[in-house]
Design a protein around this ligand. Structure first.
Ligand SMILES: [Zn+2]
Ligand SMILES: [Zn+2]
Ligand SMILES: [Zn+2]
Length: 134
């Protein structure tokens, strides 16, 4: 049996969590109750109408209504917009450089292919052993 980090109770299927809310981005949100019918939550085993134990994959995020463990609301705030812009520009340059490099490689490849074709279509040199044998 696992024990909930927040309420310290064993997730036995008889108890819901006793922690009523938590902070997201500096704001307190009341948690949403388990709406799974009996026998309770498939993940944390909280009975119907009680609170999920944190980390449960059935817990609904009280901020965005998404899945609490994956919605990202409690992730650290986004970076400074200036940094994001600088980052975007840096990525654009990196992309352009990569495109440029790719184009050069493709052109070199094409040239090599043309040269190879020219070589392949050149008339074969006269064969000194042919002609006199038959
Ligand atoms: Zn709990
Ligand atoms: Zn649950
Ligand atoms: Zn959310």
């Amino acid at each position: 049996m696992s024990v909930c980090d927040w309420c310290g109770q064993e997730m036995t299927g008889k108890v819901g969590c006793t922690v009523p809310g938590y902070m997201i981005g500096g704001q307190m949100f009341g948690r949403l109750r388990n709406e799974d019918q009996l026998p309770g939550c498939h993940d944390c085993a909280a009975p119907y109408g009680t609170l999920h134990h944190p980390g449960c994959d059935s817990e609904t995020c009280p901020r965005c209504g998404g899945q609490a463990i994956s919605c990202g609301c409690d992730d650290p705030p986004e970076d400074d917009p200036d940094d994001a812009e600088a980052q975007r520009i840096a990525e654009e340059y990196a992309d352009a450089a990569a495109d440029q490099a790719r184009t050069e490689v493709e052109e070199a490849h094409d040239r090599a292919g043309e040269q190879w074709q020219e070589a392949a279509y050149q008339p074969a040199p006269p064969d000194p052993y042919s002609g006199g044998v038959s």
